[in-house]
Design a protein. Sequence first.
Length: 362
Amino acid sequence: MPATLDPADHRRPLSDLNRQQLQEWAAGIGLPRFRAAQIYAALSRRGIQEFAGMTELPASLRRRLEEEYRLRALSVRVHLHSAADLSEKVLFGLRDGSAVETVLIRGENAGGRARHTVCVSSQVGCPAGCTFCATGLSGFTRNLTAGEIVDQVMFFSHRLQQEGARVSNVVFMGMGEPLLNVRAVREAVARLTDPVGLGLGARSITVSTVGIVPQVKSFADWSGQTNLAISLHAPNDDLRNQLVPYNRHFPIKDLLHAVSVYLERTRRRVSFEYVLLRGTNDRPAEAQQLAGLLRPYGGLAHVNLIPWNPFREGRFIRGEGPDANAFAEILRVAGINATIRHSKGLDISAACGQLRKTVADE
């Protein structure tokens, strides 16, 4: 993957093409069908990052591909490695000069097996404007294409394969509001779950949203077994209006009705993300309100409590320790499943939008 993309290079990224488009291109120049399959496998299963990696193709075909296409839609501007927990964060550059962030989180599942989660961005910036988020404070530029989303995953997929490992999960929890870019997100999910491509199980993918009500209601129409997460962060409209300005468009009552519609159709558990901000939304009163909101869902609701990741312009204090434990216990006593998520990558600005803002300010 190149360090920079030349704005004057108008070649289309080869990774923008889905499997059918590759087949049509190959047929159009008289190639046998198996060549398109080889190219697709190199891009979407092996995650190759340079044309030279397509060793199964004749050199003449590799040269033709390189003449007509760039390989990937992204370039690596900054790549950071956490000394604390082995997580990685990349600031990817795009041809228009903008940038997005992607994080690889290393961990283990309940059975002790290695778990490699890629947290992807779906937009450049974010229109939701959440006041505790570095991305939200930076404004919105544009939607990403499906190819730009998938290329974030394939960069880390290629790296992990070199270690004898693989991507196990993908979460749409990076920069942007995925349900305001549904077409590209939907195509990206389809490509990531394609059994002749990366072949991720749909249950290994989670789409997180602040609650775009019409899209939450229709999520079941296309998501299959893909997981839904709601970024709630407050148990009442007055507080949520302050933290998540999009709540003024879709207040909590409407959002939870949309979640109920989704649950009636799927019976699949929904995660509720809740960033803990000390003295703002992490007090016993908020925990009790949250329990009241989610109690009707029973075991189909799970709350992920996330201590806030500070950034330079942030005006909040991280909620953690005894306060976080007490908040979680109130939920559990009320019958609500709750987990405190331990932050990773604090030493590499792993929270959404931090690295992009830091680099832009330099």
